[in-house]
Design a binder for this molecule. Sequence first.
Ligand code: SF4
Ligand code: ZN
Length: 410
Amino acid sequence: MPAICTVCSKGAILKRPKTGNALCKECFFHAFEEEIHHTIVHAELFKRNETIAIGASGGKDSTVLAYVLKLLNDRHDYGVNLVLLSVDEGITGYRDDSLETVKRNQEQYGLPLKIISYEELYGWTMDAIVKQIGLKNNCTFCGVFRRQALDRGALMLKVDKIATGHNADDIAETVIMNVLRGDIGRLRRCTAITTGTDGALPRCKPFKYTYEKEIVMYAYFKKLDYFSTECIYSPNAYRGFARAYIKDVEKIRPSAIIDIIHSGESLSVKKDIRLPVQGVCERCGYISSNAVCKACVMLEGLNKGLPRLGIGKTHKERRKMQEMLQQETGAADSTPCTDQSLKSSCKCENKTDQSECSSQTYDSDNASGCSTYSKSQKCKDGCSSTNPRTVAKEKLSIFGKLKQPPSIDF
Ligand code: SF4
Ligand code: ZN
């Protein structure tokens, strides 16, 4: 006997992976879209008159995201402006083709599109990076660069927020990966539906509770135009194992994906666990928990022919980077501070003449004091601040030190 839709009693054509319900096409579309609407409203992802950049890669997730956000914006009158923002990593035979899909989506959905490339931002394409570093750590470079590229593109577009197509499976995988790595800082953040509210632009994930299988079904039944080829440089073995594990447990218990996300949300971090303090990169102004952000360390490594600089142990990277910075700015003067009047207000241990120091690196364990000073220019805060990181953050508008490409108005 043909299956009956559990909502309208017409003939069912699919079984929902998330609930196991038999549904007809129209009832599946409605359930899929309204669940995402509920997520958006419940988490207050958008405010009227905001401009939202949709991170668009041409793949199934971002294509469905663009389609559904446009549909829900019209249906429920969110009153937001939507734009597509794509990052061109410079991967011949993969990204060039998927960007053609995004360009067609731009026409199909009537949304403005901005493409920002690694080449224009960093002077490197992924093709060139892989030539230098090989296929082992390429995704580490690509991931760090992409995150920053999306923020920069979004700032050029003057948007209020970025929406990404991360789905429930992606988030469950990330929870498992962070548990396996013991990465408490990331574990705490990775289930948040909105991140980045304290630094760069906020990012949100309207598909946080949407199953990957349902996104594929939706794209298939709606006949959406998306690109399904895998990246040619895609080893990412670690995520691959987490993905295979999630797919296995989903077969036994479909709710496992949501259960893992809920487990991640419920984990609490002991008070005495030290978490990274967020500041800004002293080179490019991007948010960073170290003096120099990961992207700048990686870029420096590539430019100096030392690509391992960005993928080695963090403390070694920082030491090497610090040496390079000192070579650029002149050797740091580490003569002990003699100005006792300032010593009481600044907790640095090895101060030089406080009226002249400039090149500051902050001690991440002690957000209220700096640890190293050089003598080359006038001190930016006179070491009188009780929280130099805050002062630095105010002074450096994000990416303020970089050449700003022209902003774009739609
Ligand atoms: Fe970049 Fe790796 Fe993704 Fe390819 S698979 S786009 S190299 S992160
Ligand atoms: Zn930086």
